[in-house]
Design a protein. Structure first.
Length: 277
């Protein structure tokens, strides 16, 4: 596989970094949206798997993440993520205008991908969600939540730790060690980010019945970073005939980085192969 990378300028002046993994003679494309605090470079193993189907993988770093511009973990509206992804899709479609196009999102990226598919689904072939942030059990007192909403309005860029414990990413200790040593990983979110994120979860659940794309929803069964029940709630609200839900019992949050990562990867490839036409 050969690799490419570049930057996409957005109207507000922020540059979005992207990279691609290209097999010989690509027969389709998969857009990849990463999770909170990480970056596209952590999905090389997913791209390698997709290449088995001659799919090109194109992944962006969300604004405020990785090599993209913007202050770490800040945003004013969740829609910024959606429109960045839409602009990125446009760039990819200039290169590959006709082949099957899939969208894969993990964690925060899964929430972004769900919103994107609801709003901009036409032209996509299928949606794949990996431990998507479709429900989060916020362990915080009412006063702290009220303060978060207050600061979202008066000090929207006030930064705080995202509170995620890297030890619950995977049972593979090398994955955890590499994550902790990765200079492009961060743990910051802003007060506005928090309120936009929680509101986006509720909207995704409410709008799920309007999603029409074939959808594969996969959820790690022992996920400590998002609430596993969110996947079931979202799946139950989907109204299309072509929908699949798969839980992976005992898996921590990053199923594609787990000890038994071959199982969700194989299911993903099988699911794509049946729908690529």
């Amino acid at each position: 596989m050969k690799t490419e990378n570049g930057k996409l300028a957005r109207p507000d002046g922020i540059e979005i970094y992207w990279q691609a993994w290209l097999p010989d003679s690509p027969q389709g494309v998969c857009l990849v949206a990463h999770g909170l605090g990480e970056h596209s470079g952590r999905y090389a193993q997913v791209a390698e798997a997709l290449s088995q189907l001659s799919l090109a993988a194109f992944a962006l770093d969300h604004r405020g993440h990785g090599k993209s511009g913007g202050k770490r973990g800040r945003l004013m509206s969740f829609s910024e993520y959606i429109e960045d992804l839409h602009a990125f899709r446009g760039l990819v479609e200039q290169r590959f205008p006709n082949p099957p196009r899939f969208l894969l999102g993990h964690s925060l990226g899964g929430l972004i991908a769900a919103h994107y598919a609801i709003k901009h689904g036409p032209g996509l072939t299928g949606l794949i969600l990996s431990s998507a942030a479709l429900r989060v059990d916020v362990d915080a007192p009412a006063l702290k939540l009220a303060l978060g909403r207050f600061f979202s309005k008066v000090l929207p860029n006030l930064a705080m730790s995202n509170g995620l414990d890297p030890n619950f990413l995977s049972h593979d200790q090398k994955v955890v060690a590499d994550y902790l040593a990765d200079p492009l990983v961060h743990d910051r979110v802003s007060a506005r980010w928090f309120t936009e994120f929680t509101a986006a979860i509720e909207r995704a659940q409410e709008q799920a019945p309007t999603l029409s794309l074939p959808t594969l929803t996969m959820q790690s069964g022992d996920d400590k970073l998002v609430a596993p029940r969110g996947a079931q709630e979202f799946f139950d609200r989907l109204t299309m005939a072509d929908k699949t839900l798969q839980y992976w019992p005992g898996f921590y949050h990053e199923m594609f980085n787990e000890v038994e990562r071959d199982r969700p990867i194989d299911l993903t490839l099988q699911w794509i192969e049946k729908r690529r036409g």
